[in-house]
Write a protein that binds this ligand. Structure first.
Ligand code: ADP
Ligand code: ZN
Length: 202
């Protein structure tokens, strides 16, 4: 839902797994705000330098200029207070401080649009998204397409064996999976194939 008529501040969330179209939807909303002649600023975390340093980029290669910040508090420092609409991409990389910052911006009358993963590679709620979802005026949950079966997918499946919660990556390291096809962590079959000694000749 776009709420584009009011002057009151609010928080809108666009969440879901990787490849579900969160960045595309964020860019669409921000472009509409531009068409409505609103002042827009876009932020992304420094950790996400996969495709571009100063743009948010969707998997379908839609792009929009953004400012890179190292933490949520830096967003407050970088805000031009005439800005009316604030877009934040990859917000799951920002950690719990984003909750306070988003609330302060909305309280100050800003329209804050936040896109990010709602679950991690083990299928668990991804901080700070659960709290933001409770505090937001509007929530949109996006679904991707399961790469195993083609059904709607809410999970981000990690395909490489790394223990860290945050491993920034894209195609090849992650894929979208539905509830049925999701295997928390790395798919067992692929780990087995990786670890199995070479087959002996009978
Ligand atoms: P997100 O920000 O949620 O990771 P993006 O907006 O960057 O998603 O990319 C969405 C685009 O990714 C889709 O429009 C489609 O072109 C492409 N895509 C690639 N794999 C999938 C998939 N498994 N399901 C849906 N879209 C996919
Ligand atoms: Zn599936």
């Amino acid at each position: 839902m776009d709420i584009v008529t009011s002057q009151v501040g609010w928080i809108e969330i666009v969440c879901g797994p990787m490849f579900s179209g969160k960045s595309e939807e964020l860019i669409r909303r921000l472009r509409r705000a531009g068409i409505a002649r609103k002042r827009v600023q876009v932020f992304k975390p420094a950790i996400d330098d996969r495709y571009s340093l100063d743009e948010i980029v969707s998997h379908g290669d839609q792009r929009m200029k953004s400012q890179v910040v190292n933490n949520p508090k830096e967003i407050l420092d970088r805000i031009d207070w005439r800005t009316q609409v604030i877009g934040i991409d990859e917000s799951n990389f920002f950690g719990p401080d984003l909750v306070d910052v988003a609330g302060r911006l909305a309280d100050a009358g800003k329209q804050v649009i936040i896109a990010g993963l709602d679950t991690d590679y083990l299928g668990r709620p991804f901080t700070p998204m659960p709290e933001l979802l409770c505090l937001a005026e509007s929530i949109t949950k996006m679904l991707a397409i399961c790469m195993r079966c083609g059904d709607p997918a809410k999970h981000t499946q990690r395909l490489v064996d790394m223990g860290d919660l945050i491993v920034v990556g894209a195609a090849g390291m992650y894929e979208a999976r539905c509830r049925r096809c999701f295997e928390p962590g790395v798919p067992k079959q692929e780990v087995l194939e990786f670890a199995r000694p070479p087959a002996r000749l009978a």
